[in-house]
Every structure is written in C-alpha cells, then in structure tokens.
Design a protein around this ligand. Structure first.
Ligand SMILES: *[C@@H]1O[C@H](CO)[C@@H](O)[C@H](O)[C@H]1NC(C)=O
Ligand SMILES: *[C@@H]1O[C@H](CO)[C@@H](O)[C@H](O)[C@H]1NC(C)=O
Length: 394
C-alpha cells in the first residue's frame, strides 16, 4: 500500500502536467469573460423575486455590428437544471446567445434561484439557513423566478412581449407559469423549448432510475447531513475535467462516456469541449427539486410537489397534489429535441405538445442528445437556423 501512493502521485502529476500542454483557450472563463472575449457587450441586472431570491440576469444588449438596441425584440433564455447563463455562450461562434445578438436580438440570460450567480436571498443565507433557502423545486422557478425576469425585461425594454428560449426544465417552468398564471401567455411572442421536459415518465435517463430506486436512502442521507444543495459550482471539478478530459488525455473517452450515460450517445458531441463545459457547470440545484423530479417520473402525470397526505390537505385542500393544467397554455410553442435524447422521448414530448393549445413545431432531430441540442457540432445548421427563421415570423 505504502509503495502505491508515490506512484499514484507521480502518475497524477504526469497526467496533470501533460494536460497543461493542451488547454482549450476558453477553459476556466466565466460568463462575463466568455461574452467579452468574443467581442460582445455584457450587462449584469439584479432581479428580486416575490419570495425574496436575488437573481442575476446577464444581458447581451446588442451584437458586434449595429448598436441601436432600443427597437430590438428581447429574448429571455432560461437554462436547464444544473446549468447557468454560461451554457449559452460557451461554444464560441456557435453559441446561441452570440448568434441571436448578432442577428439583432436583445439577449437576456437567466440564472434561476440557487445556481452559481443567483445564490442569494434578502433574508436567508444559503450556507446557514440551508433548509429554508433550498426549499424549492422547478415549481418555484416557474411561478416566481420567471415572472420576475419577464416583468423586469418588459419594463426595461418598454416592450409588451418577448421571445422565450429554454433548455430542458425551462419547458416545465414555462408550463407552470402559464398554467398557474395564464395572464402571462400574452407576454410571449414565441416559446422555443430545446430538449423540452414537462411530462417525462418514459425517460430512460439512468440518473432518474437511480433517484427513483434509492429515494428513501437518499432522503435519509440528506436529512442526516443537511445536504440540501446538490452539485454546486466547483472550480475543482473544472481542474479535474481539464486534467483528464483534454484532447491529449488517454481518459477523454471515459469522460465522454460519462456524458453519454447521462444524456444519450451522440456523434454530435464535441469531446474537446468537455473542460470548457465543466468550467461553469454544474451550477447547483436543491435536493427538493430532485425529489419533485422523482415524484413526477413515478406518477406518470405532472403533479405539484407531494408533501404527504396530511400536508397536502393543508396546502392544496386535497390528499393528492393537483396536476398542472397545460391546456391553459395558449402562447405559441416550438419544441426541438434529439432522437438520441434519453430524457425526452417521443411519447412524453407528444403528450406535452398535445395538451398545449398552440404548438407550431414539434421536431425530433436525428443524432442529438439531451445536451448537444445546445452545443452539438452541426447544431447551427440543423437546429439554430430553423429557430431563427421561425422567430422571424413572430
Ligand atoms: C470541437 O471543438 C474544438 C475546440 O473548440 C474545435 O477546434 C473543433 O473544430 C471542434 N470539432 C468539430 C468537429 O467541430
Ligand atoms: C383545465 O383548464 C381548462 C381551460 O381553462 C378548463 O376548461 C379545464 O376544466 C381545466 N381542467 C381541470 C382538470 O381543471
């Protein structure tokens, strides 16, 4: 045993040293640095929700050519679970945030509660008042964060409507907002859901099986260690990713395999980008959010959070949690997802689409998985150009 340690240290140092010879130029940059590096203006806006969370909205007000941003249509871009504003500007010239800004849109990148740049509250401290600060799921993101972002942007830009583009959970957030507060429907020119998740009982993602299979054990662990925050941003993870997943590393395929296990196999996935992706993601979520995910998955429906019969009666006036009523969604919606996506399968996406009143696109794109529908090698040609054309009509 004692002979192995020096060998491991030596091997580790050798791998780490080699990794320094192959660093992606965007490795380690945060959202402001990425936006600045590619020549775009960056603005930081602070928004406070009705329930006290203090959130950052990152704005790219105009593109690299024209600067008259007063008449431009605003686009609110909402990240998926564990993601942040950085995930829309971290694929260089192929980043959707940059493409939209250069096309003349006024781009607003959201960071929902608890994630790296929105880990603040008017009263609660995320590291001290853990149980209270992390007491939310995608329900509160939809019901409180989204309207705070939307009202702020419409007020700041003096517009009546905006475009909404979201990844993964941003679809369920949108559904919750518009079914619980239907008056918001008229504030959307068009909603674009990439890898849209609302109903997902047929998901094939291993993490969802795992959460469902071990839900009682996980709960006991969380209660015992007060571990209410899940996978926050970690600079250490970025270093590990750079060390083991760079282009010269013999372990790069292992890194890619981990991504495929989570998101689905894909030949659209660019392995060279792993250290850049992990420079900012994961950005953190609450344990309660994961519990709600498990409940939806196991229920076959799209119910609100289940507190148990007694508490449900008190909160909802009925023993079982009510379901969201997606037929109240009248805003125009376009859905795009990859054929290799383990989370979005046709049965579920079609069910979501069939409930909404005004779905204008429901497209399954060959080759893409849950993640590279944002960042895949051919995503601009195969997905983004289609979205730009569609946005032009609204
Ligand atoms: C993958 O990303 C690297 C680093 O950004 C880039 O040089 C390369 O061209 C990309 N590969 C493809 C096939 O687009
Ligand atoms: C859902 O909303 C629609 C439209 O407002 C309404 O007609 C229907 O009764 C609602 N369904 C339920 C189960 O509440």
């Amino acid at each position: 045993m004692s002979n192995i340690l020096p060998v491991l240290v030596l091997l580790g140092s050798a791998v780490y040293t080699c990794s320094l010879a192959n660093v992606h130029p965007d490795f380690g940059l945060n959202v402001k640095q990425l936006i600045g590096k590619y020549g775009f203006p960056f603005e930081n806006h602070i928004v406070t929700t009705e329930d006290g969370y203090i959130l950052q909205l990152h704005r790219i007000p105009y593109g690299r050519k024209k600067k008259n941003y007063h008449k431009r249509a605003p686009v609110l871009i909402v990240p998926g679970g564990f993601e942040s504003s950085a995930d829309w500007v971290n694929t260089g010239e192929n980043s959707l945030g940059f493409i939209l800004a250069d096309q003349g849109y006024d781009v607003w990148l959201a960071n929902y509660r608890g994630s790296r740049w929105s880990r603040r509250h008017v009263k609660l401290n995320p590291d001290v008042d853990k149980k209270e600060f992390w007491d939310w799921t995608f329900h509160e993101i939809g019901l409180y964060d989204l309207p705070a972002f939307i009202d702020y942007i419409l007020h700041a830009t003096k517009q009546e409507k905006l475009f909404y583009i979201g990844h993964s959970q941003a679809t369920v957030n949108f559904c919750i907002l518009n079914s619980e507060k239907p008056e918001y429907n008229k504030k959307f020119r068009l909603m674009v859901g990439l890898a849209p998740v609302a109903y997902f009982s047929n998901a094939k993602m291993p993490i969802v099986y795992f959460l469902a299979a071990y839900k009682n054990k996980i709960r006991a662990f969380v209660d015992r260690y007060l571990h209410y925050e899940i996978l926050p941003h970690s600079p250490l993870l970025a270093t590990v990713a750079q060390t083991f997943c760079n282009d010269n590393s013999p372990f790069q395929d292992v890194c890619a395999f981990i991504f495929y296990t989570g998101a689905g196999y894909s030949n659209q996935f660019n392995k060279s980008m792993i250290p850049v992706f992990l420079s900012n993601a994961p950005a953190g979520l609450s344990y309660k959010y994961m519990q709600h995910v498990t409940q939806v998955y196991l229920s076959g429906k799209l119910p609100m959070y289940n507190y148990g019969e007694e508490e449900n009666l008190r909160k909802y006036g009925q023993p079982n949690p009510p379901e969201y009523n997606l037929t109240k969604i009248t805003a125009p919606v376009a859905l795009y997802y990859g054929a290799n996506d383990l989370f979005c399968v046709p049965e579920d996406v079609d069910k979501t689409a069939s409930m909404m009143q005004n779905v204008v696109v429901n497209k399954r794109m060959p080759g893409f998985n849950h993640i590279d529908i944002l960042s895949g090698i051919d995503v601009v040609d195969l997905v983004f150009n289609d979205i730009l054309k569609l946005m032009g009509q609204y």
